[in-house]
Design a protein around this ligand. Structure first.
Ligand SMILES: Nc1ncnc2c1ncn2[C@@H]1O[C@H](COP(=O)(O)OP(=O)(O)OP(=O)(O)O)[C@@H](O)[C@H]1O
Ligand code: SF4
Ligand SMILES: [Mg+2]
Length: 337
């Protein structure tokens, strides 16, 4: 148990995590040398385009990466100072049940179509709080109300709810164990925009009320700005920029993050052109030797194709992995590409 982590209020600490999917045909290097931490009560947005390794990172935290083909090649994950990869089956059950909860994109991966939503929430309460059936049922009704669903819907089945309401039920289930950390993997992607806003508002409220720390995985920088204290940007299995919202949104350093912001439509200037980042993320089963972003980067120089940048601190809170910034903040010139 890491005394240091308990003392500094770190709830999650990932160090040098490397996860591959190994099949007969190829080895997908999904997550590479990834380190990050989350403090109690704080929320971290994990952003990046499809295939960047966000879900694999989330699954690794709870030792849920399917094996085969998934393999944890190296690294450690500590939750509340406990090493997840050294944990016994009983300790792992305690971590998964009581310390960390996960919400996935599709609520039906969690909900069972043949039980009422009330029964499903009550069952979780009973398991976690070791209480009577009657107490669990009453608590389930309270949880439903807390996520904005009238208690008299408790006897309805999942198919009788809209997508947004089903996701609210999943959030209620996730919160029954009063988790220290809630990992939400694209929780609103399947919902339409107005319902999306309501579910995000609800998550923000609950975070403030319960003090749960959160990892919000999303493609959407707007969602991060709304719900998170910090942001980590992932590219080809690595975190390439990490900092507070202020650091990453106002003092953007990494060319990929810059590209993500440039590709957003500007609501204040309707004539502004969308500038998608040219090219594609490299094939994770054949990653380049140097910087993974080099092929798409307008600042790339020869060195970028040879040398892999490592994360470097630019301030107490802001870390960037780009050769453009040396320790003294020196910037290389924009190439002519
Ligand atoms: N079970 C698996 N077997 C083989 N490869 C996998 C498996 N799961 C994920 N991968 C690969 O690992 C890489 C990272 O996938 P991951 O799902 O972690 O990305 P992601 O950032 O969550 O993407 P998205 O935004 O689309 O959800 C991808 O190249 C993906 O194809
Ligand atoms: S290391 Fe080079 S190629 Fe990679 S993001 Fe920085 S400038 Fe671009
Ligand atoms: Mg994913």
């Amino acid at each position: 148990m890491s005394i240091e982590n308990i003392a500094n209020d770190t709830i999650l600490e990932i160090k040098d995590l490397t996860v591959h999917y190994v099949t007969e045909e190829e080895t997908v290097e999904a997550v590479n040398d990834l380190s990050l931490s989350v403090k109690r009560g704080k929320s971290l947005g994990l952003v990046g385009e499809t295939g960047a390794g966000k879900t694999t990172t989330a699954l690794s935290i709870l030792r849920l990466v399917p094996d085969p083909p998934g393999r944890i090649i190296k690294g450690t994950v500590e939750i509340n100072g406990k090493d997840v990869y050294q944990a016994s089956a009983a300790e792992l059950e305690q971590i998964r049940g009581n310390e960390v909860a996960m919400i996935f994109q599709d609520p039906m991966t969690v909900l069972n179509p043949v039980f009422t939503v009330g029964e499903q929430i009550a069952e979780c309460v009973e398991i976690h709080e070791h209480c009577s059936k009657a107490d669990a049922w009453n608590r389930a009704l309270e949880m439903l109300e807390m996520v904005g669903i009238k208690a008299d819907r408790a006897n309805d089945y999942p198919h009788q709810f809209s997508g947004g309401m089903k996701q609210r039920v999943v959030i209620a289930i996730a919160l029954t164990c009063n988790p220290h950390l809630l990992i939400a993997d694209e929780p609103t992607t399947a919902l339409d925009v107005t319902i999306q806003a309501q579910v995000l508002e609800l998550m923000k409220d609950l975070k403030e009320k319960t003090g749960t720390a959160m990892i919000m995985i999303t493609h959407d920088l707007g969602i991060v700005a709304e719900t998170c204290d910090e942001v980590a940007v992932m590219y080809a299995g690595r975190i390439i920029e990490h900092g507070t919202l202020e650091d990453v949104f106002r003092n953007t350093r990494h060319p990929y993050t810059e590209g993500l912001f440039n590709s957003l439509p500007n609501i204040h200037d309707r004539k502004a052109q969308l500038k998608p980042i040219r090219g594609l993320m490299p094939d994770p089963s054949n990653l380049p030797k140097g910087c993974s972003f080099a092929e798409r980067c307008e600042y790339a120089c020869e060195r970028c194709f040879e040398e892999r940048p490592v994360p470097m601190k630019h301030s107490e809170t802001h870390t960037v992995a780009c050769l453009r910034y040396e320790e003294d903040g020196f910037q290389i010139e924009r190439s002519k590409k």
